[in-house]
Design a protein around this ligand. Structure first.
Ligand SMILES: CC(C)(COP(=O)(O)OP(=O)(O)OC[C@H]1O[C@@H](n2cnc3c(N)ncnc32)[C@H](O)[C@@H]1OP(=O)(O)O)[C@@H](O)C(=O)NCCC(=O)NCCS
Length: 170
């Protein structure tokens, strides 16, 4: 297995966390065996390690422990990770309320893209939302993130020209 320079060592837990390597990708492509399960707060260190190397994600400003803790506390059933051999390879979170759902933190390890992992993860999430009676899901995509735009369009999401995005620091 290649040594990965992005490895993050948590001295306190004596755990070495690292993003997936090319070797992981090859093994996964051969076996195609990964599993999807609900995200827990204990996953945070590995999720953070993944988000750190995921360019283009909408997670860069939202990857703090407190933010994820808040999301998971309110939405424990609609946040998922995909993992293989104990390594988290993809994430997605989703908050929902009376007016539909808001998806964020979608990220797949760079070496493992175009294998249908995000599609599988989002399909699992949408199935869950459907079971919960949620009829609308939304995603914020940064301008210029053409990969994400293509992905979401492929998943059936469309842009609207009758609304635009506004926000305010509170
Ligand atoms: C966007 C992202 C999550 C897609 O993950 P992925 O696992 O590679 O996506 P999938 O393999 O499930 O792709 C499903 C379909 O989306 C489209 N798609 C995905 N990546 C694409 C790309 N780079 N170029 C063109 N189309 C793409 C294709 O139609 C693809 O189907 P195909 O491979 O059969 O052609 C991944 O590229 C990523 O993590 N990007 C960085 C983080 C990010 O931008 N997150 C989204 C924030 S809104």
């Amino acid at each position: 297995m290649n040594e990965n320079k992005s490895a993050v060592t948590l001295e306190t837990e004596r755990l070495t966390l690292r993003p997936p390597t090319v070797d992981d990708a090859e093994e996964m492509f051969r076996k195609r065996n990964y599993s999807i399960r609900p995200m827990t707060l204990a996953d945070y260190p590995q999720c953070f390690a993944l988000w750190q190397i995921t360019s283009g994600a909408d997670t860069r400003h939202d990857c703090k422990y407190e933010v994820l803790a808040n999301i998971l506390a309110r939405n424990p059933d609609t946040c998922y990770i995909a993992e293989q051999n104990g390594i988290i390879i993809a994430t997605v979170t989703c908050e929902f309320g009376g007016d539909g759902a808001y998806i964020s933190h979608l990220a797949v390890a760079p070496e493992l893209r175009r294998m249908g992992i995000a599609k599988t993860l989002v399909a699992a999430l949408e199935q869950r939302l459907d079971a919960l009676g949620v009829r609308k899901s939304r995603i914020l995509v940064f301008s210029g993130n053409t990969t994400a735009e293509k992905f979401w369009r492929e998943m059936g999401y469309g842009t609207r020209d009758d609304v635009f995005f506004m926000d305010k620091e509170l």
